[in-house]
Design a protein around this ligand. Structure first.
Ligand SMILES: [Zn+2]
Length: 56
């Protein structure tokens, strides 16, 4: 699937689970995987990185 910010390809692991955080390699935006209606399909939604503090 594609990044919502820059439309770059974002790789989704074959064993991805709901709630998994993916980061776009192009723009660095993080997204959370959320289930769509169909089993095994996911969508991206912007994620707030509250658990990780990069200190920037
Ligand atoms: Zn991006």
């Amino acid at each position: 699937m594609n990044c919502l910010e820059c439309d770059a390809q974002v790789a989704v692991p074959s064993d991805a689970i709901q709630g998994e955080i993916l980061t776009c390699r192009e723009c660095g935006t993080s997204f959370e995987l959320v289930r769509t209606g169909s089993e095994g399909l996911f969508a991206l939604q912007p994620a707030e990185l509250e658990e990780e503090d990069w200190g920037e």
